[in-house]
Design a protein around this ligand. Sequence first.
Ligand SMILES: NC(=O)c1ccc[n+]([C@@H]2O[C@H](COP(=O)([O-])OP(=O)(O)OC[C@H]3O[C@@H](n4cnc5c(N)ncnc54)[C@H](O)[C@@H]3O)[C@@H](O)[C@H]2O)c1
Length: 367
Amino acid sequence: MSLRAGIVGCGGISRSHAAAYDSLADVALVAMCDINQDALNNRADEYGVSNRYNDYEEMFADESLDLVSVCTHAPLHAPITIAAAKAGIHVLCEKPLSVDLETADQMLTACNKADVHLAVSHQFRFTPLFRHAKSLVDAGEIGELRSIREVGKGREAGFELMEMGVHYFDEMDFFLDGISWIQAHITYQGHDVTEADIMHSSELCKTDRRDNGIVAGDTMLIHIGGAKGTYGIMELYKREQRQGWMMGPHLLGSEGQFMIKPNPKTGIDEMWYCPFDVSFATHTPAWEQIGLDTSAFIISGKAWRSRHTIWSAKNMRDAILNGNQPELGGHNALTSLECVSATYVSHFSEKKVSLPLDERSHPLVSS
Ligand SMILES: NC(=O)c1ccc[n+]([C@@H]2O[C@H](COP(=O)([O-])OP(=O)(O)OC[C@H]3O[C@@H](n4cnc5c(N)ncnc54)[C@H](O)[C@@H]3O)[C@@H](O)[C@H]2O)c1
């Protein structure tokens, strides 16, 4: 029998969740919900879903769902997840998991109490190229892993931290086998961020509709301490798009480098290797592309070559069917958001901050 899946929030990312449930064996997409009737009808028409709701509580009560994707903006992730848990439904939640650790903890408590999974959809790590890169790094193909570097897409850093930063933290958690600490420095309009620079995400970033709660700063340099002593470096700053978005890890080892970036023309991820530890203008050997057999990307007869939600949804489906914890379930669902809080705590305390944090309230909101 197929798992009955639903989706709350029928905007941009819902297409990727709908495509996943539409394609995965043993899952049937049966119901969708949005307060915006046009958004609901558009997405439900696209995937032939006839059970449509404007109220998620009503959908949870009526549909006997096994699994729901929470695809609204971040401030609604907690109330929707908690309602789903109370209805006994497993939750695959979009990132960022929530706007602060306090509400994220409440989500996890509600899911644990109801004995349902809570997983966050950081799909990058589940893709075949990321898995392949990890296996090559672990096999010593670039010597000793020294660092991972990531750069934002060019939106104001406080906003970007909640959009791409959480994905990058998860990526680093994956490649570094866990994150131990964060050390960050944040500026706004050229000066060190102070309490006067704390604002709502819509005030900071006027070019993106998404609500990421309270944020600060247009520029961030974040150092990430991996569990085994290797470093991550994240740079988020305002800039124009160049050569596509360039999102993806640059892994530097003592004997070589790997990069996974979307091709700027096709948007399809590519993995590249350079057999040298650092880059000199004149003496760097040529980069070569590392391909994977097409079969690695096939799910239900179709090749999924980029960072599609189907990769995290598949892990969630398997966890439900096999009675395991999803890879980004339980406390692992909180890690990337722990890093967001730690970034602000580190900046304001001017200290290196260990994870997990004791203080769970939003670091930018005074109680
Ligand atoms: N994992 C990824 O790669 C990825 C990519 C894009 C977006 N996201 C995340 O997905 C989330 C949604 O982003 P988006 O770009 O799809 O946003 P969006 O603005 O396109 O869509 C959000 C939808 O939620 C609906 N909504 C609002 N309140 C609702 C309610 N009470 N009940 C039901 N529906 C409601 C809105 O009407 C809208 O249609 C964000 O958290 C974002 O960060 C993740």
